[in-house]
Design a protein around this ligand. Structure first.
Ligand code: SF4
Length: 210
């Protein structure tokens, strides 16, 4: 088996190919980012961005969202798929924010993961992008890229997060995780990875020869 891709070289090349690793969800506050991230399950960020202006126009804070009419909320969320479940989830999330945290989004992992529907990945996204705290978010894209680069064999997001926290310099956690995610989303695709266009193809142990 070929050896794992060298971490420093991967980071250097991804930095050159993705100089500005922007979060693709649009948001104006920690509350909006938290809700948008929960809504992004099983859909694209672009689709979430299509519904959030109407969503937050009508329900601008946890109080308004917790008191929302479920049918109205479902109608707004319909384009994101699984809208019955998502409507229930974000309304419960808003109620929990009110009950536990006075309507504010907490800025600690231990607090965030007590909220309904919020796992470590969502919590890490919020910590990193809303509060600029070092955090590594491992979603399906990040996990896949790490396995293909030979950095892990695990498909357990928490184990991969732990591995990345040891491999990556702490000050680069947010940008590196963002780049790995974008690389997985647009180049290292699940079914047909675009190895011929990939800046890592000569150092990646999983590269497909074209
Ligand atoms: S060479 Fe292929 S498998 Fe390896 S990271 Fe690039 S796209 Fe993914």
């Amino acid at each position: 088996m070929k050896s794992a891709a060298p971490v420093g070289e991967v980071l250097k090349r991804l930095e050159a190919s993705i100089p500005d690793p922007k979060m693709e969800l649009t948001y104006r506050s920690p509350f909006e980012l938290l809700v948008a991230t929960v809504l992004s399950a099983q859909t694209t960020d672009r689709m979430v961005n299509r519904v959030t202006p109407a969503l937050f126009g009508r329900y601008p804070d946890p109080k308004a969202l917790a008191a929302s009419n479920l049918a109205d909320l479902e109608e707004i969320l319909r384009p994101t798929g699984f809208f019955h479940r998502k409507a229930l989830h974000v309304r419960e999330l808003a109620a929990a924010l009110l009950q536990k945290f006075d309507g504010r989004v907490p800025d600690r992992m231990d607090d965030l993961v007590t909220l309904p529907g919020v796992g470590r990945k969502t919590a890490s996204v919020v910590l990193a992008h809303a509060f600029h705290k070092p955090a590594i978010f491992v979603d399906t894209h990040v996990g896949r890229v790490c396995r293909r680069l030979g950095w892990t064999r695990s498909d357990n997001p928490e184990k991969i997060e732990q591995t990345l926290s040891e491999l990556l310099p702490r000050e680069l956690w947010i940008d590196s995780a963002s780049r790995l995610l974008l690389h997985g989303r647009y180049i290292c695709l699940a079914k047909n990875p675009l190895c011929g266009q990939c800046v890592l193809s000569d150092i990646c142990p999983s590269a497909l020869s074209s």
